[in-house]
Design a protein around this ligand. Structure first.
Ligand code: NAI
Length: 765
């Protein structure tokens, strides 16, 4: 036993291991576990092991879910859904509240179980994972309570299939289940194969609170079980995991009508400006890439440091790195626990080897023994190094320096991902400027990995789409009031080329690209069903139009009030030409188009975000941002009003658009383009390429610089959705409908024209 003075001398921690006996008793009681379907546990089937990654010990055996298991779970969920929805918001809220209370009461048990199963330090599961899970159920109990008032006319989607990863098992379960059931859906959830145990403990909580049978179903298993769930008769798939699997799910759900949200990987920038509080920034790294062994999709894995402060920052960082304790996860003084599974450890080590072979220098001790990886960071990672862009998903960051703020932004955006960004600067002006310029769904200023159920979380670009948390997260589980749809009007005439001499090409209408009339690349025209000879656009024209739209970025940054002015001016100029255009395109269409432009001019400076309440001392803004370049495939049977109904909300929100107008009658769109020309709509904001709608749509869907797509109609939609998997652009599939109707405008369209950015700004001197 060391004396007090010796202890004071060395300042060594003694072991302080959390008691795991209650969890071990629970595990021993049922060594082989089945699924949770229709309120009960099934017999165990084909089993696989669930191990403690820190020791390699077997914790339990879990059943590999089959397609039949999935079908049984979906059937139970389907049967339970009307009754669950019928309970009403208050009825559902009481169950969510009871779940929150029960998780809270079992906090210690669940923290220990999570730590044993996942390998994360008990300090983190106890102080972060479980409390956030509790908060998620409380918060969503509240949403259930007030849903009828806050989302009038909206309905649950039905049955949601949910697939989650292993890095935050119970927390990800809560992020998925709480909003889904608050909104009146029922769920089938598949936990990750490495970490099924807290999900099964959660199933017991569902039983304990008397949750109606079938509302929550849990089917364990690996990727094949997940794939079976994706194929099953569900109304929505919500997925968190790798970009690769997200892409496969996008393809598998193409054309099925299943709603989809994807929360995928990241390589998030962690920007340290010259005026940053360096001590705080170093702590930020600890909370970011050295949190949860770096197995965090939004971890600040790319340290971008101002050159002037880099030596000092690195000095402080290395000093802090030396104090981190890698050790037994159940020890309360452990900072870095075990990697979830040897497979993941090997993956991290192999990536590290590749990075070092390509010239990177590892700072920190070499990888540890067993299923542990020591924390560290890599210097001298060149853009040619695979680790410049690959997600390591371990406790190793890369470090790069920059000179100017512009360079910092360019580096930050030099990634196919767009999940989170961390910005360290003592200047509010600098930090908020960067927050606006960096393309990511979440921005933390002077902080890292802050989460709250009121603050939406989710990505842009290849980090996926959709948000979890808050009002917009809940909306992902709701369907707008149903509209009366019409059958799909396939084009009446093929877009077949007409020989140019016969067409008298110089006198025909031209494409509208970059604010100018452009002859189509192939020089050809086609005879539209309307009888007009119109330009026959091709892939090259689409590419030119996307390029023109990209150049019109000023439209996005000029702000809503300025855009409102332009849209009002456009509406006014269209009114001036009302008489002659009415003769050509029908008086009601023109009248409705004018009204619609006024409508979106009104909205342009009013579609606001929120400031959400999370915790004291945190200003958390949720702001709508334009996607950038959108592809819009307009209705075939409503040449003018259909076109305006889709273009106007998209540009009102600051997007630039490449539009494919009605194949049968594109002339109205080109006529409107002339009005745009005289209405201060900058060139490139709206580009119009007529031709075979399905081919042009596909080219748009495949284009990496098109950030989002709207596609009206049924035929061809599956191909568009499948092709969108390339850069993971969201596709909004619109039905054919009466486009002149009053409900063919409004918030629902604006919601789809923006992506939400959540900006956290903690304050306090
Ligand atoms: P993963 O994407 O394969 O696993 C996530 C979940 O998807 C698991 O429940 C898995 O069973 C399921 N799944 C796998 N294949 C599926 C399929 N074809 N259809 C439906 N579900 C399927 O991720 P994995 O292999 O565990 O980790 C590999 C890498 O993915 C990590 O190193 C990391 O880079 C990334 N990742 C990102 C996460 C995030 O939070 N964004 C979480 C987990 C992994």
């Amino acid at each position: 036993m060391p004396s007090v003075s010796e202890i004071m001398e060395s300042m060594e921690y003694g072991p302080s291991v959390e008691d795991s006996s209650a969890v071990r008793d629970w595990l021993a009681a049922t060594p082989a576990r089945g699924h949770f379907i229709d309120g009960g546990f099934t017999e165990a089937g084909d089993l696989f092991d669930s191990r403690d990654p820190a020791s390699g010990d077997l914790l339990a055996q879990v059943t590999q879910g089959t397609a039949d298991d999935i079908a049984a779970a979906v059937a139970a969920a389907r049967a339970a859904q009307p009754g669950w929805q019928g309970l009403g918001g208050h009825g559902r809220a009481r169950f969510l509240y009871a779940i929150a209370r029960t998780i809270q009461k079992r906090e210690r048990f669940l923290s220990v179980l999570e730590t044993l199963d996942n390998g994360k330090p008990i300090r983190e599961s106890r102080d972060i994972d479980i409390p956030l899970a509790v908060r998620h159920f409380y918060h969503h109990a509240g949403w259930a309570e007030i849903m009828a008032d806050e989302f009038p006319g909206q309905q649950a989607l039905g049955v949601a299939g949910q697939i989650i990863p292993w890095n935050f098992p119970l927390l990800m379960l809560s992020w998925k289940i709480a909003p889904a059931i608050a909104a009146g859906n029922t769920v089938v959830l598949k936990p990750a194969e490495y970490t099924s145990l807290t999900a099964l403990a959660f199933a017991e909580i569902c039983q304990q609170v008397g949750l109606p049978k079938g509302v929550v179903n849990i089917v364990t298993g690996d990727g094949e079980t997940g794939a079976a769930l994706v194929r099953a008769e569900v109304d929505k798939i919500a997925f968190t995991g790798s970009t690769e699997v997200g892409r496969a799910i996008r393809q598998a759900t193409a054309g099925t009508g299943k709603r989809l949200t994807l929360e995928l990987g990241g390589k998030s920038p962690f920007v340290v400006m010259e005026d940053a509080d360096l001590d705080a920034a170093v702590e930020g790294v600890v909370d970011s890439i050295w949190f949860n062994q770096g197995q965090v999709c939004c971890a600040g894995s790319r340290l971008l440091v101002a050159e002037a402060v880099a030596p000092r920052f690195e000095h402080l960082l290395q000093r802090r790195l030396a104090t981190l304790r890698v050790g037994p996860p159940l020890d309360k003084s452990t900072d870095i626990g075990a990697i979830v599974h040897p497979v993941q450890r090997d993956r991290i080590l192999s990536l590290l080897d590749q990075g070092i072979a390509a010239g990177a220098e590892l700072i920190g001790s070499p990888p540890a023994e067993g299923c542990f990886v020591n924390p560290g960071y890599l210097r001298a990672v060149s853009p040619a190094n695979p680790l410049w862009s690959a997600e390591i998903f371990g406790p190793i960051a890369t470090l790069t320096t920059f000179r100017t703020a512009d360079e910092a932004v360019a580096l930050a955006n030099n990634s196919r991902y767009g999940l989170a960004a961390q910005i360290w600067s003592e200047s509010a002006t600098v930090a908020t400027d960067l927050a606006a310029l960096i393309r990511s769904g979440v921005v933390w200023i002077n902080g890292a990995n802050m989460f709250d159920s009121a603050a939406p979380f989710g990505g842009m670009r290849e980090s996926g789409f959709g948000r979890e948390g808050g009002r917009v997260g809940l909306a992902e589980y709701l369907a707008p009031p149903p509209v009366e749809t019409r059958p799909d009007p396939e084009p009446n005439a093929e877009a077949a080329p007409v020989a140019s001499e016969a067409a008298g090409i110089d006198r025909t209408i031209k494409l509208y690209i970059g604010g100018a009339q452009k002859r189509p690349d192939g020089g050809a025209s086609y005879r539209a069903a309307s009888g007009d000879l119109v330009p026959l656009g091709n892939r090259k024209d689409i590419r030119n139009a996307v390029e023109a739209a990209q150049k019109a970025g000023k439209w996005t940054t000029m702000g809503g009030p300025a855009r409102a002015q332009v849209l009002y001016f456009l509406a006014e100029n269209l009114s001036q030409r009302q008489r002659d255009l009415s003769r050509l395109h029908g008086a009601d269409q023109v009248e409705a188009a004018i009204a619609r432009l006024f409508h979106y001019a009104a909205w342009a400076d009013k579609f606001d975000g929120w400031n959400v309440q999370t915790r004291p001392g945190h200003l958390v803004n949720v702001v709508p941002e334009a996607f950038g370049v959108m592809g819009i495939v307009c209705p075939n049977d409503a040449p003018l009003i259909g076109f305006v109904s889709l273009i106007a909300p998209a540009i009102a929100m600051g997007n630039r658009v490449v539009a494919v107008p009605s194949q049968d009658d594109p002339v109205a769109a080109f006529d409107l383009a002339q009005v745009m020309d005289s209405s201060d709509v900058p060139g490139g904001v709206v580009n119009i390429v007529s031709g075979p709608r399905r081919d042009l749509a596909l080219t748009l869907a495949q284009h990496d610089d098109v950030a989002a797509m709207w596609f009206c109609g049924e035929t061809g939609r599956d191909a568009v959705e499948a092709a969108s998997a390339g850069n993971l652009k969201p596709v909004w599939a619109l039905p054919n409908r009466d486009w002149s109707a009053a409900d063919a405008q409004g918030r629902a369209f604006l919601d789809q024209a923006v992506q939400w950015k959540t900006i956290w700004l903690p304050y306090g001197a």
